[in-house]
Write a protein that binds this ligand. Sequence first.
Ligand code: PLP
Length: 469
Amino acid sequence: MSVEPPQHLNPEEFRRAGHATIDWIIDYLTGIEDRPVSPGVQPGQVRASLPDTVPETGEPIADLLADVDRLIAPAVTHWQHPGFYGYFPGNSSPPAVLGELLSAGLGIQGMLWSTSPACTELETHVLDLLVGLCGLPDRFRSDGPGGGVIQDTASSASLCAVVAARDRAGGSAVLADLRVYTSNQSHSSIEKDVRVAGFGADQLRSIETDDDYAMDPVVLRTAVEADVAAGLIPCLIVATVGTTSSGAFDPLPEVAAVAAAVGAWLHVDAAWAGSAAVCPEHREILTGLEHADSYVFNPHKWLLTNFDCSAFFVADRKFLLDSLSVVPEYLRNTASDSGAVIDYRDWQIPLGRRFRSLKLWFVLRSYGVEGLRAHIRHHVEAAACLARRISSNQRLKLAAPASLALVCFSHVDGDNAGKELLAKLNATGEVLLTHTQLSGRYVLRVAIGGSRTTSDHVDRLADLLDELA
Ligand SMILES: *Cc1c(COP(=O)(O)O)cnc(C)c1O
């Protein structure tokens, strides 16, 4: 051979660099509170600081780590900072990081059972464990017609639900007559998914919400009945358990009754709030879920598991397969043909898939039920405390009832005072909050739930509010 293979790190170099990388991560996390939550960089600043060509010959990993330390880490938003209260949390934890690392080390593709049996079977197993852990309806277990799958995001999972619901109702032959319903507080991903699935904007009905921002089931029923009377076909209702703006819970039993009356698919999006169901005392938010055709929640938000890990369950996998299974000759194999195995590529849009269940399995086993519940309970209690502090602050008022670990409030002096307060809070570098709009008003959101966020951190935020509001 005239062309030599490239120089890989040898095992000892890999080992040393690997240890150094883990050390770097641990030092980063240990010192994270010394950093401002937001980096405050200007657009283009990071790019301008980077070496602008690929080196002709390889560089030592130590040099790369040094650049991460010098150029990258100071320019990320520190989502793992305990003062991060923006959007929704994006949890990470030591066992999840290690599971992620193992997944990279194994370097497998889990598109078919036969391309890595353990990838499929561990995933099936872990999702069945989640059904038990969260008290989900048995219809989502894989030993019946239903089952669970890990997707990259709730957005993708909901897209699969939209596509399956569309096709169950007749698909392209009746596409123009199909209608989809969701509340005006549902996540933007639903609108995007509906668009991607080929619907026009007028085919998505935005249902009004009540004073607490939960879907009004009477308005829903009226809209559905009017469409049926006009000869249209309600194919899908998407309910939200824990809305993004304020953590509202749509009334699942009433919504499910409307769906059942017209044979519409019911998809439940609990991307954030679903993790709370590890605690029996929070499971009432899922009452009625036994009528849902599909359900999604994100362990990558509030269940100590690194992004990406979205748990998607269906009551009958047949409909996913009907919509998403395409089998070219080059992927045919005896295990699949026998029908005895699950091929998860048929449960998602992409073909290829990562070994994501490893990190979730590590989290479940490393924390145990008690640890997972403590994680949720500590934050829910801290949120209740914060809500009390906000209620007793004359300059602030709650914009919605505190929901699990989400607290939303506004400034009594109006939207501009709220905006100024948000800017002042974030300028401290100790915290990061984001905002939303509720009933046309500017609202600050505190989404408690960081893996390292404790009640002491939340108390400090309450002090800052007293100081700066
Ligand atoms: C966060 C969130 C989503 C989107 O989650 P991704 O996994 O990022 O797609 C969808 N719905 C709700 C209610 C959410 O809170």
